[in-house]
Design a protein around this ligand. Structure first.
Ligand code: FES
Length: 578
């Protein structure tokens, strides 16, 4: 074994290096699985942090991935120990998996710190598992490497390619209209999710897997190798080998997750047309490592970047196609060649980001379009400010309608998501296509958990007129598989008394995306009078985790993390209990 560190330098030796009563305990109990003594004698102990769960179907293959990581750790002379942490299934958890992201991050951070670990491999896939593990590992700051579970194979139903989320809405409408049978509907369900892995559109899971690669905290090609492809297992094995070296090099998340890395990730987010959810997740991860990052950074950095990948939900192809076309390395190379990448940013494999991607091929210019003839020129995330969103709001212009990008309309206000659902199909609702739908009380504290309800369904009577998009404004989030002219993440949220709380039916609102403005045409005097009459809604919980969440969650412009989790604690060896 070629450890650069002496045994005494390994953190795990505070447990396993003791030749006393406690050393007996620590080693003896682990020997109950047949562990030989030499495993305790100076080998880096690598935690395999697993979000496997049958309730998180996107991560249900993670026991296999963990075995390949384990083999890699053994190849390199390390001692692998797999451990479970909270898993967050996007489609199964109610009210929203986002409510539990911070809880899971605490689980990860404390599990890493409490155990005799020298490094950790993070197994993540479904939407919230990725930021949760990165946030926890960043706070603990032991050497860490991210391994995503990979996207599903293309969905196929009766010879047609179908994509996660994106085709569900049209099929459910066909069922309601009697155009397909229930049997056909069930058949399509099985065809959409026909392999292991996460959603195979460029939704939040694939966006965050791309962020892992762009940040340099995962190996090259982490983003796109399908879960069912043997090369996903190979990547896991190589991560297992590499983490042992990283322990010896003492290469920690704080060395990787620098300001430069986040700037690379933000530009990559624009180039892949990624999910708006990445905004809150990147802000939260940056907060854990003490990197100053603001919404304005997203607006500024995204302005020069085109959307290069023609993937659903806004395009034609799926993650499997993206991988065969060259995957994220081809996109990173295109950015680097335009001077849009910090080439020197360090990555977990010990090389710079540019070293990893400088020769990356692009095998299919239809899927990964050239920078000169991009899939979309209006890419990335635009940040809006104004008297309706003093601390910012988010819109994804590439998913919006060009004719609505500068529009003034009459507000139609819903105080809650329930009120919106009750009213939206009522033909007596006073609304037309020029109106602006406003939804309140769906922000971090209001929902709580900031649900993905910002892309409100259009009113039935407007749909019947053939209208397919309207401006919608809320303090909520939006699914990465959704699209439309949707203003999200309005901060401060309505529940804490942000100006959104003061909007009334009939108020005029201007959305001016080119001017980055969101303006409520109501005088300051009138707003002050409305504020004096405003009372906050009753909190959704008065005990338990949800109360903790409501009491401590930060607003969207701060990443929706808990105020007491911002910053890094590191991994000092906890006190002995004897
Ligand atoms: Fe898990 Fe989409 S529901 S990745």
């Amino acid at each position: 074994m070629s450890n650069d560190k002496s045994d005494k330098q390994l953190r795990s030796q505070a447990w396993f290096g003791r030749q006393d009563k406690m050393g007996f305990y620590y080693r003896s109990f682990l020997k109950n699985s047949g562990t030989p003594q030499d495993r305790f004698e100076g080998r880096p102990v690598i935690g395999i942090c697993n979000t496997w769960s049958e309730l998180t179907p996107c991560n249900a293959h993670f026991r296999v991935i963990a075995e390949h990581v384990r083999q890699g750790v053994l190849d390199a002379g390390g001692y692998p120990l797999e451990f479970p942490v909270s898993s967050l299934g996007e489609v199964t958890m109610r009210p929203t998996a986002m409510l539990f992201r911070n809880l899971a991050s605490m689980d990860v951070e404390e599990a890493i710190r409490a155990h005799p670990l020298d490094g950790v491999v993070l197994l993540m896939g479904c939407d919230k598992t990725t930021p949760a593990l990165l946030m926890g590992a960043a706070s603990a700051d032991l050497p860490a490497i991210g391994v995503s579970g990979g996207p599903q194979l293309r969905g196929v139903y009766r010879g047609q390619i179908i994509g996660s989320g994106t085709n569900i809405i049209s099929m459910s409408e066909q069922l309601r209209a009697g155009e397909i049978t229930l049997k056909e509907f069930h058949e399509a369900e099985a065809g959409m999710n026909r392999s292991a892995g996460s959603c195979m559109t460029m939704g939040t899971a694939s966006t965050m897997a791309s962020m892992v690669e762009a940040l340099g905290i995962g190996l090259p090609e982490n983003a796109a190798i399908p879960a069912a492809d043997a090369r996903r297992n190979l990547l896991a094995r190589m991560a297992g080998r590499r983490i042992v070296e990283m322990v010896n090099e003492d290469l920690k998340p704080s060395d990787i997750l620098t300001r430069q890395a986040f700037e690379n990730a933000i530009r990559t987010l624009a180039a892949i047309g990624g999910s708006t959810n990445a905004v809150v997740h990147l802000l939260a991860i940056a907060g854990r490592v003490g990197v100053e990052l603001s919404l304005e950074d997203f607006d500024r950095l995204c302005r020069d970047v085109h959307c290069l990948v023609d993937l659903m939900p806004s395009g034609r192809f799926l993650m499997e196609d993206f991988y065969y076309a060259g995957g994220l390395p081809a996109v990173l190379r295109a950015l680097g060649e335009r001077g849009l990448l910090h080439k020197d940013a360090r990555t977990v494999n010990g090389k710079t980001l540019w070293n990893n991607v400088a020769e990356a091929p692009n095998y299919n210019a239809e899927v990964i379009t050239p920078f000169e003839t991009p899939f979309k020129t209006e890419a990335g995330i635009a940040i809006l400010n104004g008297n309706l969103a003093p601390n910012g709001a988010v819109i994804k212009p590439s998913a919006a309608s060009p004719e609505l990008m500068n529009h003034t309309g009459r507000a139609v206000v819903f105080e809650s998501v329930e009120e919106m659902h009750d009213a939206v199909d009522d033909d007596n609702l006073d609304i037309d296509a020029s109106c602006i739908m406003v939804l309140k009380n769906c922000g971090p504290k209001g929902y709580p958990g900031m649900a993905e309800v910002g892309n409100m369904p259009l009113p039935a009577k407007v749909l019947r007129q053939g209208v397919r998009d309207m401006i919608r404004i809320s303090d909520a989030r939006m699914s990465g598989t959704a699209y439309g002219t949707v203003v999200l993440h309005v901060a401060p949220e309505a529940t804490v008394g942000g100006p959104l709380a003061l909007v009334k039916n009939g108020d005029m609102i201007t959305l001016d995306v080119p001017g980055r403005r969101l303006h409520l045409h109501v005088s300051d005097e009138e707003l002050a009078a409305r504020r004096a009459a405003w009372t906050p809604p009753k909190p959704h919980a008065d005990r338990g985790y949800q109360k903790l969440y409501i009491d401590h969650v930060l607003q969207a412009d701060r990443g929706v993390d808990f105020d007491f989790l911002v910053g890094r604690t590191g991994s000092p060896v906890p006190r002995d209990n004897h």
